[in-house]
Design a protein around this ligand. Structure first.
Ligand SMILES: Cc1cc2nc3c(=O)[nH]c(=O)nc-3n(C[C@H](O)[C@H](O)[C@H](O)COP(=O)(O)OP(=O)(O)OC[C@H]3O[C@@H](n4cnc5c(N)ncnc54)[C@H](O)[C@@H]3O)c2cc1C
Length: 367
């Protein structure tokens, strides 16, 4: 089958490599725009998919435990992979390294052009894309993985549903003087979560959900950011220094309920962006891609995609819901709420089966 991928972010690149590995003919278009670098928590299901593509030596750190706590109140929960019967929960990977390895693998099919328009399949004509250069390409399947960064979604008539969180994420990298190897931290601070993701060698990616005005102040004042991070992280982690200047990203939940048209499939951030609190955006999208890849050989593309998306929808809605509930529960500085959630965490910490379920959801094993 002839496939055109629009967008060379992680989703477009992984989709291109996977389709090619399955014997399809692939062309990928991306004008190579600047993007912020991230620290991605790759779930077990994502790592397995990447291993099948021959990507098994990514830098970063194996994730073996996750500590969840609320600043200023006692009570916390530790998810420990060996205790729950796993060797690891996943791996934290710098997004730039993941994209570099994937780009190298499919470099022969990447073309540095933007796609200007897409026409879905009609009764008599196959789907086609028009490049910014004017070239028109007929194909069998278009995968739109533009990150929601272009006009193409609206042009195709998709109407996204949106819900602003009134929060901005600060993303950056820090060094900690006393790291705990393999351990990620989810620390709730009243205005939203601060996630620390270990990248190895004392380096951590951080994602901090903050009031937008406060986030912008901190982007411009790195001394204040460093001092505030040091007061906020678990004190056992020692001193904090800034390793990579932060960027601010407005947090919005946005999704398209049925992300396909005849011959066209939306994947990745263009189809849904969810709150990053549980680090699930990429993992979720790839579970959808996995369903499509499994179905394509057995069916015509339109039926395969409709059936695959119907199967994946429960996973999407559950992951979206869980991510926003986590944000809304913890995003209140109210002392009663803080006491209640800290107590709940201490209670849940005693239950191996609950912790196993939480961990398996994070690893992409429950869907
Ligand atoms: C703060 C934060 C932290 C996150 N942490 C995690 C995590 O730990 N784990 C996880 O699983 N997920 C995480 N996510 C989600 C994850 O980052 C996204 O799911 C992922 O980056 C989406 O990639 P994408 O390929 O869909 O889009 P993008 O990376 O945005 O790529 C889109 C590409 O499309 C190209 N493009 C745009 N318009 C056109 C056009 N007209 N023609 C051709 N190309 C075009 C752009 O140049 C770009 O390269 C996080 C997200 C945020 C915001």
């Amino acid at each position: 089958m002839r496939c055109v991928l629009v967008g060379g972010g992680p989703i477009g690149l992984i989709a291109a490599a996977s389709l090619r590995a399955d014997g399809h003919t692939v062309r990928l278009f991306d004008p190579q725009t600047e993007k912020p670098t991230m620290s991605l928590a790759l779930a077990e299901s994502t790592l397995r998919l990447l291993e099948r593509l021959g990507i098994d030596r990514l830098p970063g750190e194996t994730l073996t435990s996750v500590h969840v706590s609320e600043k200023g109140v006692p009570g916390s929960m530790l998810l420990d992979a060996p205790e729950l019967g796993y060797t690891r929960f996943g791996q934290i990977v710098p997004s730039e390294a993941l994209e570099a390895q994937l780009s190298e693998q499919v470099s022969d099919v990447i073309e540095a052009s933007a796609v200007e328009s897409i026409v879905p399949r009609s009764r008599s004509l196959p789907p086609c894309v028009t490049l910014a250069t004017g070239e028109v390409i007929e194909t069998d399947l278009v995968i739109l993985a533009d990150g929601g960064r272009s006009h193409l979604t609206e042009q195709l008539g998709f109407i996204p549903q949106t819900r602003p969180f009134a929060r901005t994420a600060l993303l950056g990298r820090i060094r900690l003087s006393q790291p705990v190897p393999g351990r990620a931290y989810e620390r709730f601070v009243g205005t939203g979560p601060l996630a620390l993701l270990p990248l190895g060698d004392c380096l951590y990616g951080f994602v901090w959900s903050l009031d937008p005005a406060r986030a912008m102040q901190l982007v411009d004042d790195l001394d204040a950011l460093r001092a505030l991070l040091e007061r906020t992280v678990d004190p056992i982690l020692g001193a904090v220094s800034i390793a990579k200047d932060p960027v601010a990203i407005e947090l919005v939940e946005r999704w398209i309920d049925q992300p396909y048209r005849p011959g066209v499939l939306l994947l990745g951030n263009g189809a849904q962006t969810i709150h990053p609190v549980a680090g699930q955006g990429l993992n979720l999208a790839l579970r959808g891609l996995g369903q499509v890849l499994d179905a394509l050989p057995h069916d015509d593309p339109d039926t395969a995609i409709a059936q695959a998306m119907a199967r994946w929808r429960t996973d999407r809605d559950r992951t979206r819901f869980a991510s926003s509930v986590l944000e809304s529960i913890f995003d209140r500085p109210n002392p009663l709420r803080r006491f209640a959630t800290a107590t709940a965490m201490s209670v849940l910490d005693q239950s191996r089966s609950v912790k196993r379920q939480i961990a398996e959801a994070g690893m992409g094993l429950l869907s």
